[in-house]
Design a protein around this ligand. Structure first.
Ligand code: SF4
Ligand code: SF4
Length: 151
């Protein structure tokens, strides 16, 4: 064993070096994002919580064309409709979005001819119950119920 190595072992120089690094890190403060106090920067192309748009009268913009459901690769959208006997147009009777299966690929929002379904920039979608991820039309128009985070 060389003299330098021996001195290092006797005086625990490696241990002291390691502890000094730990101490320095402890003093320098947190480097991680302090959520929820700090909010992440959201980029324009981010796809988050799904929402359904309404018109100026508060009625759904959805024309029940079913394109979003057909193009969804995960099969998470269900559109139910009936034909209006007077206008002969389709009328939406039920719209269900299963967020548990969603890939957030954005195909549904891209294909929608009336810009009704949209994936917003809201990323706070945590829930305690799985059933809360199955969203009906009313919920999709209002937005998901948010869970209050407590420390
Ligand atoms: S984002 Fe993609 S996976 Fe999710 S509902 Fe739309 S098409 Fe389906
Ligand atoms: S593509 Fe748009 S308009 Fe057509 S069913 Fe889906 S949300 Fe409604």
């Amino acid at each position: 064993m060389k003299v330098k190595e021996l001195v290092s072992k006797v005086l625990f120089l490696d241990l002291i070096k390691g502890l000094s690094i730990t101490l320095k890190s402890m003093m320098s403060g947190a480097v991680t994002e302090q959520y929820p106090k700090e909010r992440s920067k959201i980029y324009e192309r981010f796809r988050g919580e799904p929402r359904m748009g309404v018109d100026e009268n508060g009625k759904t913009k959805c024309i029940a064309c079913n394109l979003c459901a057909i193009n969804c690769p995960a099969g998470c959208i269900t559109v139910e409709s009936k034909r209006d006997p007077e206008t002969k147009k389709r009328v939406l009777t039920r719209y269900v979005f299963d967020m548990q299966r969603c890939l957030f690929c954005g195909f549904c929002e891209e294909i929608c001819p009336v810009d009704c379904i949209q994936l917003t920039m809201d990323y706070e979608m945590a829930q305690y119950s799985r059933k809360n991820f199955i969203l009906e039309l009313e919920q999709l128009e209002k937005g998901m119920e948010k869970i209050k985070y407590k420390k």
